[in-house]
Design a protein around this ligand. Structure first.
Ligand SMILES: Cc1cc2nc3c(=O)[nH]c(=O)nc-3n(C[C@H](O)[C@H](O)[C@H](O)COP(=O)(O)OP(=O)(O)OC[C@H]3O[C@@H](n4cnc5c(N)ncnc54)[C@H](O)[C@@H]3O)c2cc1C
Length: 414
């Protein structure tokens, strides 16, 4: 009788989980990947779905398609609702699932910092439904503005507030302003473009906090040039769907607030029965094991690990590199070898600010303008999963670039 293979369960088919599944190709084990969605999502381009540049199928791909060549692989479309690490069992929407080894890569979610009114009336940007909701809403605001006789109410409909000056907020504000000023202006010739405002609100005194000062200043200057009103020291206190109130007392009439001001670990991380730290992330050992559970690993946005005295950021390269180490440690554990320690190699950061503009801090060098933008385009095309997606995104971008268009200007109803 053949020996039973151990089961490695991976939760989450994002950057970390998918890379872990690939890194375990050929291992004498059954790899079972669980996710509540049937696709892997390339989150860095979500803002382009939200601003009508790309369709969702161009930045996402079914997990089964990606991994169909991998023989020791299986996928389950389930929501994981709880964990019993002592019993090596997960509770899921389809009943319990047991494992010999576990890699949790459940990612993060939007952090509204307790601002319930913003969570209720504003938009987060974390998954496809949210990106499509933003696209529908922005386009609907333009349609409603066409029907609105009152000038003040019309201006509020055409005021778009993005909160948070990190890469997502900067990219979103830049793309939104270009959608309004380069594309929609052609569809709505009767609207006064002066009524259209995009504001980027940042609570601190800087954009792109982790980048060098020269790039931070270049980003702010480029946004202004692209008609984004960048406001520093602007902390949001409340939002009722039509008026944003800042801590300073200022009120900004706006029908749209897009919240890009914070991320926290996915809710499941708090169900592990372990202490959670900053942003709800769970501290892991340097081997990426969950303390007290040598067969269970936690990686990516949900994991908290410090390197050189600072927490590792919630970015895709950290999740990907952690996945490689966790998969290596699972292989080593199967062979009875001790685990290796994780060490993050920072390759740099990039953020684009619409056409021809980006900032990049790569290999210790600073890049701005067109060269940084070409670098940004190349990195994103290379990292997108699947030849079809790469091709269609490239075609879409080329079309939009030459014709000042955005392909997906549909208001879709669920
Ligand atoms: C809008 C946006 C833009 C970004 N831009 C960049 C960028 O330019 N560069 C960069 O490096 N990083 C960027 N990031 C961050 C980057 O996407 C994350 O750091 C990365 O996705 C983390 O990988 P992960 O594997 O930990 O989680 P994720 O990639 O988020 O994957 C988590 C997976 O777990 C699944 N899941 C979660 N909970 C459950 C559950 N209970 N049951 C079943 N499945 C579950 C989810 O469906 C998801 O598929 C961006 C993030 C966002 C939201």
């Amino acid at each position: 009788m053949g020996q039973t293979l151990p089961t490695v369960v991976i939760v989450g088919a994002g950057f970390g989980g998918l890379r872990a599944a690939r890194a375990l190709r050929g291992v004498p084990a059954q790899i079972v990947l669980l996710d509540r969605n049937n696709y892997h999502l390339f989150q860095p381009l979500l803002y382009q779905v939200a601003t009508a540049g790309l369709g969702p199928e161009e930045i996402a791909k079914p997990v089964r398609t990606i991994l169909r060549g991998q023989r020791n692989f299986d996928f389950r479309l389930v929501e994981v609702t709880g964990t019993d690490l002592a019993a090596r069992r997960l509770e899921t929407s389809a009943g319990p699932i047991t494992y010999d080894y576990l890699i949790l890569a459940v990612g993060g979610e939007t952090n509204y910092f307790g601002l319930e009114s913003v969570a209720r009336h504003g938009f987060g940007l974390k998954d496809i439904p949210e990106a499509i909701a933003i696209r529908n809403h922005v386009l609907t605001c333009f349609e409603r503005a066409m029907l609105e006789p009152d000038a003040e109410r019309r201006r509020a409909l055409l005021t778009f507030v993005v909160v948070g000056g990190g890469p997502t907020g900067v990219e979103m504000a830049g793309a939104l302003s270009e959608l309004d000023r380069l594309v929609l202006v052609k569809d709505y010739p009767r609207l006064n473009i002066k009524d259209v405002r995009v504001l980027l609100l940042e609570a601190t005194d800087r954009l792109l906090g982790t980048m060098p000062e020269r790039l931070r200043e270049a980003a702010a200057a480029t946004l202004w040039r692209k008609h984004v009103e960048v406001r520093f020291g602007a902390a949001v206190e409340d939002y009722d769907g039509t008026r944003v109130r800042l801590k300073s007392g200022e009120v900004i009439p706006a029908h749209t607030v897009i919240w890009a001001a914070g991320a926290q670990a996915s809710r499941l991380a708090s169900h592990l029965g372990l202490p959670t730290g900053r942003q709800g992330r769970v501290a892991v050992e340097a081997t990426l094991r969950i303390p007290g559970h040598p067969e269970a690993y936690l990686i990516g946005d949900a994991a908290y690990l410090e390197q050189d005295g600072a927490p590792l950021p919630m970015v895709a390269p950290v999740a990907i590199q952690m996945a490689e180490t966790a998969a290596k440690n699972v292989r080593r554990a199967m062979r009875g070898e001790p685990p290796v320690l994780f060490r993050y190699r920072d390759q740099g950061t990039l953020a684009t600010i619409g056409r021809n503009a980006a900032v990049a801090h790569v290999f210790g060098l600073n890049w701005t303008g067109f060269p940084a933008w070409v670098m940004w385009l190349s990195v994103h095309i290379i990292q997108l999963i699947g030849f079809r997606n790469k091709l269609f995104v490239l075609l879409n971008w080329a079309w939009d670039y030459f014709f000042y268009e955005r392909a997906v200007r549909l208001i879709s109803r669920e």
